[in-house]
Ligand binder design. Structure first.
Ligand code: UN1
Length: 515
């Protein structure tokens, strides 16, 4: 690449134009000392203002005050605000998607796909705003009624990662808001610009909501830019009853116990070490495409990325050479230039971690194809890598870890139970797949003796989930569930109500207490 990719006339100018089109001042991009870089070429694209711990405390107080008002607004009206957010996202999908590409390095269809997830969850939340159902429960006493009611929780603290810089906020916020909560958002230090842009779209929706007669307090949803201390202040605050954190298992280990120490709730979506099993009856064309996207897409930087592949011995020699050919030919480079399927790793450290894992794999007997740095793609300060396919003799060494990079470990197997045991034999439990046309194998895989993950798919790779399902996983993945199904319950508190509409006072369990 001879010409600079990001310069004043190029991508930095695009960032400024996107900010302006969202109603933000261009000078926000030069308002402080918090440096933001694009992984596309490693260049600095902004220096923004950082929030202090005092700012965070103030924001928590303001969010708490907002919550006290917002909880009184009927849920379907709260849904109207989220509907307007969805409209803003639809209207600005291209710009926000491009900003995701610039700041997180995603190829255009994945940047746009991320915004589509936001739109989808807004639609879902709007419908849900009329469906926050509680149960009516049979009571053992006459002239009594027993029911469950769901109430807003308070301020929800959201900690998000660089790889889905905006969608994960939206999964949490769209639900939290319709449930009657206020939200505070600490985005990844690597991707604050997309957060500021998203906040601007939220503010536009809020203005329109108010113009239409809606009653929404200030401080209902705020973004806090900065480092670890911002997260720590939220994590330790008794005014933040729920912390929803997405990131590494190490981060979750720091967050979970601290929130638990004050009896707060945490919703953790942590590391994955996702596997797929390729059975003898698998449709190998479909498998090839499913594996390629799941393992190489987003440069291996999804928490759902396919990292381990167990291939039945009789199809190994048909599938693995084809996979190797796909790995050798995949287009790697600037995600803003048409046609590339694999963009950059987020930074140098990600590349170093990838190389370390590959060295560990080689030491454990792995045969590596790919994995090298692709130098011409973005210059010295950018880190593009050819995805690596590693044929391993066994599940050892780095295969047991989540390395946030495009490495696929391939291991042969000859017995389905053995393959399921291997697939479950790691500390993480996010997502999993089986490729098979044998109904029995498919059903075993999704049964209680099959995959132990939060997501178990058939003839689909482990990544790229729709928002309608509950998203999250078991074991070191943290146990939280976000997004669809009944995940909304995590953002509310449940009350059991027993109502006596009679004139006597029968006690439960037949207890007598006559005075
Ligand atoms: C993540 O990587 O943190 O299922 C989320 C998927 C996406 C979400 C990934 N819908 O791959």
């Amino acid at each position: 690449m001879n010409q600079p990719i990001l310069n004043e006339a190029g991508v930095a100018a695009q960032v400024a134009a996107i900010f302006e089109s969202f109603g933000l001042q261009r000078n926000v991009l030069a308002a402080g000392s918090f440096a933001v870089r694009s992984p596309i070429n490693g260049d600095e694209i902004a220096r923004i203002a950082e929030h202090s711990s005092d700012d965070v405390k103030q924001a928590i107080d303001q969010a708490q005050a907002a919550f006290l008002q917002w909880r009184n607004i009927p849920a379907p009206q709260r849904g109207e605000l989220v509907r307007l957010l969805g409209e803003e996202l639809r209207a600005h999908k291209n710009e926000l998607g491009r900003l995701v590409s610039i700041e997180a390095g995603k190829v255009p269809s994945e940047g746009l796909g991320e915004v589509q997830e936001m739109i989808d969850i807004c639609d879902f939340a709007v419908g849900l705003s009329r469906q926050l159902y509680g149960l009516t429960i049979a009571t053992e006493r006459s002239e009594h009624r027993m029911m469950e009611t769901w109430h807003p929780l308070g301020v929800v603290g959201i900690i998000s990662a660089f790889n889905f810089p905006v969608a994960v906020w939206c999964w949490n916020s769209a639900l939290a808001l319709i449930c009657g909560n206020a939200t505070l958002w600490k985005p990844s230090e690597k991707t604050p610009l997309t957060a500021l842009a998203t906040q601007a779209l939220f503010d536009r929706a809020l203005t329109r909501f108010r113009a239409g007669g809606g009653n929404a307090p200030d401080g209902l949803a705020a973004v806090l830019v900065g480092g670890r201390d911002i997260g720590e202040t939220m994590v330790d605050s008794p005014l933040v009853p729920l912390i929803s954190a997405t990131g590494s298992t190490a981060m979750g280990r720091a967050v979970g116990p601290r929130v638990a120490a004050r009896f707060g709730r945490s919703l953790l979506e942590l590391g994955g070490n996702n596997a797929a099993i390729v059975c003898p009856s698998a449709d190998l064309d479909l498998t090839l495409r499913g594996v390629a996207f799941a393992a190489m897409g987003t440069a291996g930087q999804r928490c759902t990325t396919l990292r381990r592949l167990f291939v039945y011995t009789s199809v190994y020699d048909q599938l693995v050479p084809r996979l190797k050919a796909a790995y050798a030919s995949v287009t790697i480079g600037n995600p803003l230039e048409g046609g590339n399927l694999v963009g950059p790793l987020i930074d140098e450290r990600a590349f170093a971690n990838m190389q370390k894992a590959l060295q560990g794999a080689a030491a454990a007997g792995g045969k590596i194809s790919g994995g090298e740095r692709v130098m011409s793609a973005g210059g010295e300060a950018a880190f593009y890598a050819r995805p690596a396919l590693v044929e391993m003799p066994a599940q050892t060494g780095p295969v047991l870890d989540e390395t946030f990079a495009p490495i696929l470990y391939v291991i042969p197997y000859s017995d389905l139970d053995e393959a399921i045991a291997l697939q479950n034999g790691v500390p993480q439990g996010l997502s999993s797949s089986i490729f098979t046309n044998d109904m029995r194998e498919a059903e075993i895989f999704v049964s209680s003796r099959g995959s132990d993950c939060g997501i178990a798919n058939v003839n689909i790779g482990p990544s790229g989930a729709e928002i309608g399902g509950a998203f999250g996983g078991e074991k070191e993945t943290g146990g939280g569930r976000e997004s669809g199904s009944d995940s909304w319950r995590a953002y509310m508190r449940r009350a059991t109500n027993t109502i006596n509409y009679g004139r006597t006072l029968p006690l439960a369990q037949g207890v007598k207490f006559d005075i």
